[in-house]
Design a protein around this ligand. Structure first.
Ligand code: 4AD
Ligand code: MG
Length: 445
C-alpha cells in the first residue's frame, strides 16, 4: 500500500493509503473515534468505526496519547460537507511509540514556557506553518538571484574585523592569531566577490552582540546580501523593489494554506507591487515632525529627555511605524546622515554630510527589513573613513585593495531573513521566525 503525504491527500480519493505520523488529537463518541494525524506535511482527520476494525485496533486507538508515533492505513474520502477537506477512513494501526504525557497541550501556554519547549512547540500547526513560509521565502530568494544572474558567494563566519561597528562583535580566541570575531555581515567579502563575478549574493548566519530584548532583535540571524558591480544607489533601489515584489508574490501563491493557518490578512501583502515609495531621510524627518513624533532617550544622568526629532538620529521603532503609516507598501528611505551610518557608505556628491544609504521599512509597522547602500569606491576617502571610525587599518588592507585595483561604483543590500518572516507572517515576536532563536537571555534548547 502506498505511503503518501497528507498535503497530497486530494490526489488519492477513494484509494487505500498508508500515512506515517503522529497523533495530534483524538475525540471519541462511543462507537466512533476521530483521531487527527499529522505527518509534517499537514494534518488529516481520521475516522475509526468500532464495528469496522478489529477489537485490537480499537483498543490500541484508545491507548494513544498526544504525539504518539503511528502508522495508519485507510481509504481517503472527501468530507461529506466541507469543500477541500478530506478524511481517512482508518482500517489499520501500527503503534511505534506511545508518547509520555506531552508537555504542550492544545490549550494556551505562556511564550517563555513555549520557548523552553521550542523543540516540541515547532510541531504545532502555526509554528510549522511559519517554518514552511520561511522555507518558501528562502527558496524564492535563491531562485530570484539565480534567475537574475547572481552567483552564490559564501562568506566566512570567522573574521578579523568589524563590518557594522565594533560595539556588537562576538569575540573568540583564534589559535596563535589572536582574536577572531563572528561575522556581523558578509558584505565586505561580497564586495570582493562582485569585482570577481559581477553580481553575487551571500546568504548565511550573522551575529550581533546586542544586549537588548526587543521584538525584532536576535543575536544570531540570517542575512541575504547581494552585491553588484556598476550599480549606483538608484540601481540598488530598482533591484530591491523588483526582488521584494517577486518574493512576496511567490510566497502568497505557494504558501496559501500556511498563511491561512496562521490567520494572516493577505490583502496587505497582495499590494506589495512596484513601484515602492522612495523618500529621503529629510522627508522622513519632516513626516515625524508633522506628526509630532518626538525622540525620547535617556540622558547620561538617567533622566528621560524628550525633544522634537533631531536631524542626524537613527529611527527607532515608533519612528519607523509613524513613517510607514501613510503608505501601504514597503517604504525606501534613502540618503541618510553619514554620521548615523556605516564607514563604507559613499557620500552624496551633492552633500558630503549625506551617505548614499537606503533602508527599507516594511508596512504595518514591522520596521527595517533591509539596509543597503552605494559603497565608497574612492581609495583615499575610504581609508580616511576607516581611520575616523577607529578601525584597524591593517586588517582592512585587503578591502582597500578593491579600491586599488580597478575600483568601480558598486552597491548592495542586506535583507534580514527573520525580519522578513516576521512581517510576512505578522508575528508578535521575531523569536518565532527561526527554528531555534538566539537572544541575550536564551541559548537553549
Ligand atoms: O542594516 P544592517 O546592519 O546592514 C548590514 O549589515 C549591511 N552590511 C548589509 C549590506 O549592505 N550588505 O543589517 C541588514 C539587515 C537589517 O535591515 C535587518 O533586517 C537585519 O539585517 N538585522 C537583524 N535581524 C535580526 N536581528 C538583528 N539583531 C538584526 N540586525 C540587523
Ligand atoms: Mg540597518
Amino acid at each position: 500500500m502506498q505511503r503518501i503525504f497528507i498535503n497530497k491527500i486530494s490526489e488519492y480519493v477513494n484509494q487505500e493509503v498508508t500515512v506515517k505520523g503522529w497523533l495530534y488529537n483524538i475525540r471519541s463518541s462511543g462507537k466512533i473515534m476521530f483521531p487527527e494525524i499529522r505527518d509534517g506535511s499537514g494534518i488529516i482527520p481520521g475516522v475509526v468505526v468500532k464495528s469496522a476494525v478489529s477489537e485490537k485496533i480499537w483498543e490500541d486507538f484508545s491507548k494513544l496519547t498526544q504525539e504518539s508515533s503511528i502508522i495508519v492505513k485507510g481509504t481517503v474520502s472527501k468530507h461529506p460537507k466541507k469543500e477541500n477537506v478530506y478524511e481517512l477512513q482508518i482500517s489499520d494501526l501500527e503503534i511505534l511509540q506511545i508518547a509520555e504525557p506531552y508537555p504542550i497541550s492544545l490549550k494556551d501556554h505562556g511564550p517563555e514556557f513555549l520557548m523552553e519547549k521550542r523543540h516540541l512547540w515547532m510541531r504545532s500547526p502555526n509554528q510549522a506553518s511559519i517554518l514552511r513560509i520561511r522555507n518558501e521565502i528562502i527558496q524564492s530568494i535563491r531562485e530570484y538571484m539565480y534567475n537574475n544572474g547572481f552567483i552564490l558567494f559564501d562568506t566566512p563566519i570567522f573574521t578579523p574585523n568589524a563590518c557594522e561597528g565594533t560595539s556588537t562583535l562576538f569575540e573568540t580566541e583564534y589559535f596563535k592569531l589572536g582574536k577572531a570575531y563572528l561575522s556581523q555581515s558578509g558584505q565586505l567579502y561580497a564586495e570582493a566577490g562582485a569585482f570577481a563575478l559581477g553580481k553575487v549574493y551571500t546568504l548565511g548566519p550573522t551575529f550581533r552582540a546586542e544586549n537588548s530584548m526587543t521584538r525584532r532583535h536576535l543575536t544570531e540571524f540570517w542575512m541575504m546580501e547581494p552585491e553588484m558591480a556598476f550599480y549606483d544607489i538608484e540601481d540598488n533601489m530598482d533591484l530591491i523593489e523588483d526582488f521584494l515584489e517577486y518574493v512576496v508574490q511567490r510566497v502568497l501563491i505557494n504558501c496559501k494554506s500556511e498563511l491561512e493557518q496562521i490567520g494572516r490578512d493577505i490583502s496587505k501583502l497582495q499590494n506589495v507591487k512596484k513601484p515602492f515609495p522612495r523618500i529621503t531621510y529629510d522627508e522622513a524627518v519632516e513626516i515625524l515632525r508633522k506628526k509630532d513624533i518626538a525622540l525620547i532617550r535617556k540622558t547620561e544622568s538617567g533622566e528621560e529627555e524628550i525633544k522634537p526629532f533631531p536631524w542626524g538620529e537613527d529611527f527607532g521603532a515608533p519612528h519607523e511605524e509613524a513613517i510607514v503609516e501613510s503608505y501601504d507598501k514597503p517604504v525606501m528611505v534613502h540618503r541618510w546622515p553619514a554620521e548615523a551610518k556605516s564607514f563604507y557608505m559613499k557620500r552624496d556628491p551633492a552633500n558630503p554630510k549625506i551617505a548614499l544609504g537606503v533602508d527599507v521599512l516594511a508596512p504595518e509597522g514591522f520596521g527595517e527589513i533591509i539596509g543597503g547602500s552605494q559603497r565608497e569606491d574612492d581609495f583615499d576617502e575610504l581609508k580616511k573613513r576607516i581611520i575616523e571610525h577607529k578601525l584597524p587599518l591593517e586588517e582592512f588592507q585587503w578591502y582597500l585593495d578593491l579600491r586599488r585595483y580597478g575600483s568601480v561604483p558598486h552597491s548592495g543590500f542586506g535583507l534580514g531573513i527573520e525580519r522578513m518572516v516576521n512581517w510576512i507572517c505578522n508575528l508578535d515576536n521575531i523569536r518565532e521566525a527561526i527554528p531555534f532563536a538566539r537572544r541575550p537571555n536564551r541559548i537553549t534548547p
